[in-house]
Write a protein that binds this ligand. Structure first.
Ligand SMILES: NC(=O)c1ccc[n+]([C@@H]2O[C@H](COP(=O)([O-])OP(=O)(O)OC[C@H]3O[C@@H](n4cnc5c(N)ncnc54)[C@H](OP(=O)(O)O)[C@@H]3O)[C@@H](O)[C@H]2O)c1
Length: 325
């Protein structure tokens, strides 16, 4: 099969389209003939040598895919050759054939074509697990989403809006702020020109955000804690602004707040299985009824994965960047 690897760390041109042996499914696994996969920030970090795959995961890049089941290993129930599926992966998505634990396979949600379904697993699982399962966002509460026009951001805005929360989103251009608004953000903040702490307070009568989904890490830590409401939950999922920051525990203590940092990729299969099941139960019906939709900026064939990485690193995209086999 053809697959994209990054044998030596470097820029987008470090990606290599290689010929690798087809994967064989072991117990509890199946093989998906890839129709769609998508680029995630983590892939660009892996390519640069900063984010190695967890032990046992494929060296092939790619954290999600969609396609048709072409082989089923022993002890797999519920899936058959020919089923159209999408899947959350620890790696291996940028390939014509993808090996995946059956527990991380989901049906294609209603109303979504097979290729586009490859853009959904990582953002749906990340947002559902962090914003709803971990931070427990409730209807009527306020969610602050940083990077609202990115892959994660476009899913977080739509899901929180659909489930009755107020949404404040940050982005870096007027065009991207307009996208956030069109997806359901009640308040948008240009992080290059405005103070998001002041804007969140103004939007909530001074209360602050009940939940913050943060992609920046260190550079936003102080301001995020300042923007939290009493009993607010800050969930850090990205470190685009660095790993080491100073935390004002006095402010956090007075607010009875929580700071949580998580990584989906390193969670065990059993936890990913529970997240996938929750996504199928809670998110797929919203996709099928049209209140949450995949946001795809553009599509590249596998052999142009370097172009796809360049686009993401230039932040030239809105939503997801798809790859096809
Ligand atoms: N922990 C996990 O399990 C997990 C899982 C998935 C993703 N993530 C993380 O989530 C983040 C988003 O991932 P993604 O795939 O959605 O990437 P993405 O599509 O590239 O989105 C990243 C966004 O960051 C925004 N951004 C850049 N500087 C910013 C700033 N100073 N303030 C606010 N936003 C800023 C960019 O918006 P502008 O263009 O408007 O600047 C861009 O839309 C990444 O950090 C990724 O590593 C973590």
């Amino acid at each position: 099969m053809r697959a994209v690897i990054a044998p030596d760390p470097g820029g987008p041109d470090a990606l290599v389209l290689a010929d690798l042996p087809d994967p064989e499914p072991g117990p509890g696994e199946l093989v998906v003939d890839m129709a769609g996969s998508a680029v995630n920030r983590a892939d660009t970090m892996q390519r640069q040598g900063f984010y190695p795959p967890p032990p046992g995961a494929s060296d092939v890049l790619g954290l999600e895919c969609s396609g048709t089941v072409s082989a089923v290993g022993p002890d797999v129930t519920g899936w058959r050759v020919g089923d159209e599926v999408c899947a959350l992966l620890a790696g291996g998505g940028y390939a014509e054939k993808v090996l995946v634990p059956a527990a991380q396979v989901m049906p294609v949600p209603g109303g979504v074509d097979l290729v586009t379904a490859g853009s959904l697993p990582e953002v749906a699982c990340t947002v559902w697990s962090n914003v709803f399962m971990i931070a427990g966002l409730q209807p009527g509460e306020t969610l602050l989403v940083h990077g609202g026009a990115g892959g994660i951001g476009t899913m977080a805005i739509q899901l929180a809006h659909a489930l009755g929360a107020r949404v404040v989103a940050t982005a870096g251009s007027a065009e991207k702020l307009e996208v956030c608004r069109s997806l359901g953000a009640d308040t948008v903040v240009n992080y290059r020109e405005q103070d998001f702490v002041a804007e969140v307070r103004a939007a909530t009568d001074g209360r602050g955000a009940d939940v913050i989904l943060d992609n920046m890490g260190a550079s936003y830590l102080g301001r995020n804690v300042a923007a939290l409401a009493t009993e607010g939950r800050l969930v850090v999922i990205g470190l685009q602004g660095g790993t080491k920051g100073e935390l004002d525990l006095g402010t956090l203590l007075r607010k009875r707040g929580a700071v949580i940092a998580t990584s989906l990729r390193s969670r065990p299969v059993s936890e990913k299985a529970a997240i996938c099941a929750a996504v199928v139960e809670h998110v797929w019906p919203l996709v099928a009824e049209g209140s949450v939709r995949p946001v795809v900026h553009t599509t590249f064939p596998l052999e142009q994965a370097a172009e796809a990485h360049r686009l993401m690193e230039d932040s030239g995209h809105v939503g997801k960047i798809l790859l096809t086999s």
